[in-house]
Design a protein around this ligand. Structure first.
Ligand code: L34
Length: 293
């Protein structure tokens, strides 16, 4: 069994991005500029956005976080997005999800200028992804592709099972891995809450991508020997062994499944750091006007 080290891979990619940002500064006054909009006080969202700010600082990307209380109205948030869309100094814009229930995520995402949509969540960018046109790939799926690539994992002709069909992970990764490309050319099956025989289907996977949001759901008996297991889940469970009072676990029961898998991503230190690095890559693309010009 080999651990897929997302933290180390993310660091390598950050070094590469830092070089590119430095090179850019020969012809441009400022580094790329990312704005993250954060609504409310969700502790996990705060951690993720803080990690994004730190990563930006490490590579020379300017980042600003616009914070708003839980009580902000949908109309006000739409105006915030519009304001950022029109600020020429800003290359990339993300609105950290989830949003409070009284705000439609769909409406907010549709308001983002596709050229600044470095999360790749706008319908136009999702469509471009599905058609294999140049676009910003959504950060988590993009991070998974980079792990597969950097670990030289074969994908052609493999059976890939995706557990979960969310707009931000399950659905896009299933599209990306079925494309005629590397990584890609997989035979992809998407499982979800209405799937019958989910366990048997999971067990048929050469590559198992787990993004269903259920702590330690995948057990050893659901995994084929030597499969590649990518764990996208991230949950805080109570623990009396840590200072914070919680520890992080994924959607996979790591201790058990790691004995059977060929490759596996840990939580933390697997997909999470790669999500962040993908956002940096997209922000660099936005600043270079590689996709929209
Ligand atoms: N708009 N909303 C928008 N874009 C995104 O790309 C995200 N996502 C997901 C949630 N909402 C979003 C993230 O940023 C998940 N996500 C994310 C980002 C970073 C990390 C995990 C999820 C991360 O840094 N994970 C660390 C541990 C962090 C901790 O201590 O909690 C890791 O090693 O996995």
């Amino acid at each position: 069994m080999k651990i897929i080290d997302g933290k180390e891979t993310a660091q390598q990619i950050k070094n590469e991005i830092a070089d590119e940002v430095a090179a850019m500064l020969n012809s441009r006054e400022q580094g790329p500029h990312l704005v993250a909009v954060l609504v409310g006080e969700d502790p996990a969202s705060q951690t993720y956005v803080r990690n994004k700010e730190k990563a930006c600082a490490q590579v020379g990307i300017i980042s600003s976080v616009y914070k708003y209380p839980e009580s902000i109205s949908e109309k006000e948030l739409l105006e915030v997005v519009d304001f950022i869309n029109n600020d020429d100094e800003i290359d990339g814009l993300i609105v950290q999800l989830p949003l409070p229930k009284h705000i439609s995520e769909k409406k907010i995402i549709e308001k983002i200028n596709p050229a600044k949509d470095v999360d790749g969540f706008h319908p136009l960018n999702v469509g471009r992804m599905a058609l294999n046109l140049p676009t910003y790939l959504p950060a988590t799926p993009y991070g998974i592709l980079q792990l597969i690539e950097r670990y030289n994992i074969e994908t052609e002709g493999k059976s890939c099972v995706v557990l979960g069909r969310s707009h931000i992970v399950g659905s896009p990764i299933s599209i990306l891995l079925s494309r005629k490309a590397y990584p890609g050319n997989c035979t992809v099956t998407v499982c979800h809450s209405r799937t019958k025989n989910l366990k048997q289907i999971a067990k048929s996977a050469d590559i198992l991508i787990v993004a269903m949001g259920q702590p330690q759901f995948v057990t050893e008996d659901m995994v084929k020997k030597d499969a590649v297991v990518i764990d996208v889940g991230i949950h805080r469970v109570p623990s009396d062994k840590t200072k914070s009072g919680f520890r992080l676990v994924g959607d996979v029961l790591f201790d058990e499944v790691s004995k059977k898998a060929g490759y596996i991503t840990p939580v933390p230190g697997g997909v999470g750091p790669m999500t962040i690095v993908s956002l940096l890559m997209n922000t660099l693309k936005a600043a270079k006007k590689e996709i929209y010009f």
